[in-house]
Write a protein that binds this ligand. Structure first.
Ligand code: B12
Ligand code: SF4
Ligand code: SF4
Length: 315
């Protein structure tokens, strides 16, 4: 089988499972990206995400994750909502309206590997979606799926910003994409829109100041954060710089059932309908039932309630 034939098979499989785009990059060491990553780490911009500073060599070289790696296959999983939450409700980042993407994307990537093995039975491959030290944005950019914007997002000129990234590292060769030119121009809307100054300069994000980090990843209470940032409307994640970007109008609402807002059983309502009062009254049992498949489990109810309390200080 030629690399060109294989490319067509993978592209068709990706479309069958609803990925918005597919492209591949030749596996190599990520020299320039490592310089950027090391600079980011040296400035302490990873805050308390100690795992970002560990296993650096694995982020640099895909052949350390899969012996004999030849290609990095990249996929965009579309999550754009048909409708955002009402603005007065406690806000959840749109990527978290539905099921946790890590499992959803990896399950589909395993099916794509199964299909490839019908043609190349001996293929070795590993699938990733934010599940290992892989620089997913850098690989997707190399594969030609989009450009990295000043907001740090991987932006597709066709499918916009509402796309998560899934990756297969494999020891087979296929066709490779060409990088896309940067589409930011003189725009700085993301930097101006960020309420906490987390975008310290174009392409530079201080995670310690980012609402997404503080509401999902940080183990500290909001009021104990070293880099205290203003209360916002977000109780999990943040979409402010995403929504400010002119490219965010691109892309269709997701067709993936898994990414549509989770339903609250026997109530006819969605998790995106919850009011501040309902959040405040929620107990652990109902949280675990309603959010069993949701990324919000990562933060947990106690942290979300702490954020709601902190956000109530917003003037
Ligand atoms: C740590 C992390 C975070 C941290 C830090 C984010 C950051 N900007 O570094 C926090 C918790 C803040 C975070 C927040 C969010 N995250 Co996050 N996060 C990650 C994670 C695990 C690692 C990112 C990383 O390595 N950061 C270090 C910096 C230095 O690297 P980087 O951002 O990847 O950027 C590299 C490339 O872009 C490259 N690059 C390539 N070409 C070019 C060109 C130029 C000119 C420049 C300067 C750079 C450049 O430079 C960088 C270094 O190599 C990835 C998953 C993964 N394994 O990659 C998801 C990931 C980046 N996150 C994702 C998402 C969806 C989000 C949120 C939107 C969630 C939300 N709504 O709240 C926000 C967005 C915030 C933002 N403006 O970036 C998606 C992004 C998808 C996309 N289309 O870009 C990813 C890829 C997960 C996934 N599998 O889909 N995240
Ligand atoms: S996700 Fe929110 S806090 Fe983080 S950089 Fe974007 S606008 Fe700023
Ligand atoms: S808001 Fe403007 S500067 Fe920021 S990523 Fe989008 S196009 Fe680039």
């Amino acid at each position: 089988m030629t690399p060109g034939q294989l490319h067509i098979i993978i592209r068709e499989e990706a479309a069958k499972y609803g990925f918005a785009a597919y492209g591949a990059a030749r596996a190599c060491k990520l020299d320039e990206d490592m310089v950027r990553l090391e600079k980011w780490l040296s400035r302490g911009f990873h805050a308390d995400m100690g795992y970002m500073a560990r296993n650096i060599q694995l982020r640099e070289d895909p052949s350390l994750l899969l012996s004999g790696a030849k290609s990095v296959l990249c996929f965009l999983a579309p999550y754009k909502p048909a409708k955002y939450q009402d603005a007065e409700l406690p806000q959840i980042a749109a990527y978290a309206y539905g099921e946790d993407y890590h499992k959803v994307i990896k399950d589909k990537l395993h099916l794509i590997c199964k299909k490839i093995r019908e043609y190349i039975p001996g293929m070795n491959a590993r699938v990733f979606s934010d599940s290992a030290p892989v620089m997913e944005r850098a690989w997707a950019a190399k594969a030609g799926l989009g450009f990295v914007g000043k907001s740090n997002f991987l932006i597709s000129k066709t499918h916009g910003l509402h796309n998560l990234i899934g990756v297969i590292i494999t020891d087979i060769e296929t066709e490779y994409g060409e990088p896309v030119s940067n589409g930011c121009g003189s725009c700085t809307r993301c930097i101006e829109s960020c309420p906490s100054g987390a975008l310290t300069a174009p392409f530079s994000l201080d995670a310690g100041k980012c609402i997404s980090y503080q509401t999902i990843e940080s183990k500290k209470k909001r009021e104990e954060e070293e880099r205290l940032i203003p209360p916002s409307d977000y109780i999990f994640g943040c979409d402010i710089c995403l929504k400010a970007c002119p490219w965010s109008g691109r892309g269709e609402p997701t067709g993936w059932e898994e990414f549509k807002p989770l339903k609250i059983e026997n109530s006819g309502r969605l998790i995106t309908d919850l009011t501040t009062e309902e959040w405040e009254k929620m107990d652990r049992e109902s949280f675990s039932t309603v959010f069993a498949l949701s990324p919000l489990m990562r933060a947990g109810l106690e942290k979300i309630k702490n954020t709601i309390e902190y956000n109530s200080r917003k003037i």
